[in-house]
Ligand binder design. Structure first.
Ligand SMILES: [Zn+2]
Length: 267
C-alpha cells in the first residue's frame, strides 16, 4: 500500500505528470523517442576520420554447448550521433567524463528551421530564427537542451546529400555544405539564455562552410555541450518534453558517442 501511495505521489509531482490544475493524471506510460542513429559501416564521420569499425571476434556455439558472441569496435570520438564536450574547443573546458549528469538531462525544445535550411544548405541558423520560435512558444526555458531541426536527418547516411560531399581526406573539408548555427546566435544562446546544451541534425554545429568553428568555440567557452548528427527530431513537439543525453564516459574525452532520447508525456 505504501509503495502505491508513493507511486501516485511521484506521478503527480512529476514535471510531465499532467497532475496540476485539476487535469486527470494519465495512467499511460511516457513515450520515448530515440534521437540517436545506430553505429554501423555507413555511419557518417568527418571526411578526415575513418568510419566506425565493428570486428567480429566470436559468434557461434562453443564446444561447451553455449552460445557466445563478442565484437570489438573502433571509432573516432566525433562521428555518428555524438556529444562535443566543452574541452573539444576550450582549453580549460570539461571533458566528457567530468560533465555533471544534471547538465545532460533537462527540458527540451525543438526549433524547426527546416524551410530555410532545405532551401539553402549553407543556411546559418540566426538569432531571428530563435526569436521566431520564442514568439510562437514562449522563452527558451532555463536549463534547456535546445534541439535545432534542419531536416537534414532525412538524408542520413548519404554523404552527398547529408554533408555535401562523399570525398575523404583534408581536401574534402572545403566541399562540405550543410546548415549550422550562426556564431552570433551561439553567443545569444550563451549570453541571453541559460541553456545546458544545443544539438542539431547535421555533422557539426558550425555549418559545413565554416573554417573558424566559431560557434563551437563560443559554446565551449560557455560550458555548453553540443550534440551532432541527431535523428528523428521530426517526432518531437516544440516543447514539453525532457531530453536525456548520456554519452559514453571516456575519461579525458573531448567528445563521445551519444545515446540521446526524448521523454514525452503520455498522450
Ligand atoms: Zn563533435
Amino acid at each position: 500500500m505504501r509503495q502505491t501511495a508513493i507511486g501516485i505521489a511521484l506521478l503527480i509531482l512529476s514535471p510531465l505528470g499532467i497532475g496540476c490544475g485539476g487535469t486527470p493524471v494519465s495512467s499511460e506510460p511516457p513515450r520515448y523517442v530515440d534521437l540517436s542513429h545506430a553505429y554501423d559501416e555507413d555511419t557518417v564521420f568527418w571526411p578526415t576520420e575513418d568510419g566506425f569499425v565493428l570486428q567480429q571476434e566470436a559468434d557461434g556455439w562453443t564446444p561447451k554447448g553455449y552460445w557466445y558472441s563478442a565484437n570489438r569496435f573502433e571509432s573516432a570520438e566525433h562521428g555518428g550521433t555524438h556529444l562535443d564536450a566543452p574541452r573539444h574547443f576550450s582549453k580549460g573546458g570539461l571533458t566528457v567524463d567530468a560533465l555533471p549528469i544534471k547538465r545532460l538531462i533537462g527540458p527540451g525544445v525543438r526549433i524547426d528551421i527546416k524551410a530555410a535550411c532545405l532551401e539553402n544548405r549553407d543556411h546559418l541558423i540566426n538569432v531571428q530564427d530563435l526569436k521566431n520560435w520564442e514568439a510562437a512558444h514562449g522563452p527558451i526555458p532555463e536549463g534547456a537542451l535546445v534541439l535545432l531541426e534542419t531536416g537534414f536527418a532525412q538524408f542520413w547516411p548519404d554523404r552527398i546529400t547529408y554533408m555535401g560531399t562523399d570525398q575523404r581526406g583534408v581536401e574534402a573539408v572545403a566541399a562540405l555544405h550543410f546548415p549550422g548555427l550562426d556564431p552570433e546566435a551561439a553567443r545569444w544562446l550563451a549570453e541571453k539564455r541559460q541553456i545546458r546544451a544545443v544539438g542539431l541534425d547535421t555533422p557539426s554545429i558550425d555549418r559545413g562552410q565554416s573554417s573558424d568553428f566559431l560557434s563551437h568555440r563560443v559554446l565551449a567557452a560557455a560550458g555548453i555541450s553540443i550534440f551532432e548528427n541527431l535523428a528523428r527530431l521530426d517526432a518531437l513537439p516544440p516543447k514539453h518534453f525532457e531530453v536525456i543525453a548520456l554519452p559514453m564516459k571516456i575519461r579525458g574525452g573531448s567528445g563521445a558517442p551519444l545515446r540521446i532520447v526524448a521523454r514525452l508525456p503520455a498522450r
